[in-house]
Design a protein around this ligand. Structure first.
Ligand code: HGA
Length: 605
């Protein structure tokens, strides 16, 4: 989603701003822009195309400057159009970029319009620019501190003023913003990766912070205006995205990186122990009586899979909640629960807010499963397991999901161990199976040619059903989500036993029904559900295990996974579903890595 970069320096910062935006492109955006202080005036360039297009506009116009801000926008208020792209100006004096949503924008807009401000965009962001201008005292830092008090909602902002050429002010509440400390120059950005190669001295601003950046100094105050000391950390942010190599899309590359990503996530794990999750894990795991998992999207499905594992292995009751629902509903808080948040980026706005909501209700035993060690989520939880998926560029999550599952399985084992429910033999067997996962996933990836043949048929459909049972039900959900995200085919997933309670009405010859059919205790039940589909003419596409007795027949297409993998089977079974979605999207010619309307890091509510 939106990305912010800002700089105050004694050299031309245009390349730093544009490079920063390129590094933030992976978050997803629909327009972009840059504003610079040039010869005592504000100058800007905006584009509804890629950052590369903005770059050529900037080059053509010969734009350069020492102070400026830049932005990638994922529209929430107002269409993705040039006049809505940031930076927004007020009276040619204030330039501002924003990530987040201002909830009282209507009220402020009315007030500012009455005061004579003319709005050029439909965004909530322009309201902040005019608000800052209307309150401007001659000191931008002071003004922003006062102005943000009028905002309700979430924001990270970067702002500069025509009349104070060597100053950029930033503020955050509910959206990420970091400071990059340089020598005689200072920076702002949405994450450290945007500044890789420029500075590795990073400050993570806290909620409510306002920061004043000048050439030789920076100064931070907290939400109540008191000077705030914030740690400067050395962050070796990798520039991430890397080369596509032999792959056509990042999603395909990331699917094929899964054996490596899982191996990296397990690196150093020689035994099951709570300390894998942090020093305090043993004491926390010992005292909790339940688990509450909070997540969104694909991470939510990882959480649902974990519920099956934790309840079966550790015998601890687990609730899994969609973060955006949990944060607003009246739930019954349990201070003895372990609150587990799952987020690839660690910046997912809804999940962060759900975590805060849980903490505000005295639920202080917090753990996160996250792919970014420096993220807000990791900083705000007592315990953490960092997955080592590496940077995930494709909007449709793949390797982040399987590495989350890997970490969650370890969590199930660790909880079981602390409660005396894991014998040494069981521990050894599980660890052996986990170590074999990279090889097992590699074998599944070899199924790609067979899946391409199915994808051709799927590409001509507009609907699909996915079925699974038990711990493969969330895998069916994830398979359906992948297909709809990138191929735009309407797909729904059901626990197979639910078919007869409604969705069977949808089944005709036109309906492909993908069935996740591992050789587990539910296989015979699942076969009956498949018969129900066949009896109505539905076409079954079954992912079975090697030793399964399910075989191809009229209307029943079968691809066999190389081996049955017991409790870890969900990690294998999701891989062909990812490939099916990818190749179906490819056949339909969609923008696989940047599907319409979606963004990677969902940093707004
Ligand atoms: N609400 C602003 C910014 C949106 C945003 O943060 N997206 O990630 C807008 O619509 O321009």
């Amino acid at each position: 989603m939106c990305g912010i970069v800002g700089a105050v320096a004694q050299r031309n910062i245009t390349p730093i701003l544009l490079q920063g935006l390129k590094r933030l492109e992976y978050r997803g955006y629909d327009s972009c822009g840059v504003a610079l202080h040039v010869d005592g005036a504000l100058t800007r360039s905006r584009s509804t195309s890629r950052v590369a297009d903005l770059e050529s506009q900037v080059e053509k116009a010969g734009l350069s400057g020492f102070t400026g801000i830049a932005h990638t926008r994922w529209a929430t208020h107002g269409a993705p159009a040039s006049h809505n792209a940031h930076p927004h100006f007020s009276r040619e004096r204030i330039a501002l970029v924003h990530n987040g949503i201002i909830e009282n924008h209507d009220e402020l807009r009315a007030e500012l319009s009455a005061a004579g401000y003319v709005f050029e965009s439909q965004t909530d962001t322009e309201v902040i620019a005019h608000l800052v201008d209307s309150m401007y005292t001659g000191d931008l830092f002071e003004t922003v501190q006062q102005a943000v008090k009028r905002l309700h909602g979430a924001y990270a902002i970067a702002v500069f003023c025509r009349d104070e050429p060597h100053r950029v002010v930033g503020a955050r509440q509910g959206s990420p913003l970091i400071v990059g400390v340089g020598k005689g120059e200072n920076f702002l950005a949405s994450d450290a990766m945007a500044l890789a190669g420029t500075t590795d001295q990073i400050i993570y601003l806290e909620e409510g912070d306002v920061v004043d950046l000048q050439l030789q100094r920076y100064w931070i105050v907290d939400g109540s205006g008191r000077p705030a000391e914030r740690e400067v950390r050395t962050v070796h942010a990798h520039t991430g995205a890397a080369e596509l190599g032999p792959y056509r899309h990042y999603m395909q590359k990331e699917i094929f990186e899964q054996p490596r990503a899982i191996a990296d996530t397990l690196e150093g794990v020689t035994a099951v122990m709570p300390e894998l999750f942090g020093d305090k894990a043993y004491n926390i795991f010992k005292k909790i009586d339940s688990v509450l998992i909070l997540a969104c999207g694909t991470s939510f499905y990882a959480g649902v899979t974990a519920k099956y594992w934790i309840e079966a292995i550790a015998k601890i009751p687990v609730n899994v909640e969609i973060a955006s629902e949990y944060r607003y509903r009246e739930s019954v808080p349990n201070p003895n629960a372990l609150v587990v948040t799952i987020s690839q980026s660690g910046e997912t706005a809804d999940t962060l807010a759900a975590l805060k909501h849980a903490r505000s209700q005295d639920m202080l035993n917090t753990l996160t499963i996250c792919n970014v060690a420096t993220s807000a989520m990791v900083r705000e939880c007592k315990l953490a397991y960092i997955t080592h998926a590496g940077v995930e560029v494709g909007v449709a999550s793949t390797k982040a999901f399987t590495t989350q599952l890997t970490a969650l399985f370890l969590l199930a084992l660790s909880l079981a161990q602390v409660r005396g429910r894991l014998s040494e033999e069981e521990e050894a067997a599980h660890l052996k199976a986990m170590r074999h996962l990279p090889a097992a996933v590699t074998a599944v990836l070899a199924l790609e040619p067979q899946i391409i043949a199915w994808a051709e048929e799927f590409s001509r459909k507009e609907n699909a059903l996915f079925l699974g049972r038990g711990m493969h039900y969330p895998i069916a959900l994830e398979g359906a989500l992948k297909l709809k995200e990138i191929s735009y085919i309407h797909a729904e997933a059901y626990p197979a036993g639910e078919l007869k309670h409604g969705p069977l009405a949808l089944v005709t010859q036109e309906m492909p029904v993908v069935t996740v059919a591992p050789n587990d205790a539910l296989i015979e039940k699942l076969k009956s559900n498949m018969q129900e589909v066949r009896a109505r003419g539905g076409q079954l596409y079954v992912f079975a295990d090697a030793d399964s007795r399910i075989s191809s027949s009229e209307g029943v297409h079968v691809i066999r996974l190389p081996e049955h993998y017991g409790m870890l089977s969900p990690i294998l079974h999701v891989v062909p579903l990812q490939m099916l979605a990818y190749h179906t999207a490819l056949a339909r010619g969609t923008d696989v890595d940047k599907p319409r309307n979606l963004a990677k890091s969902v940093t707004v509510e």
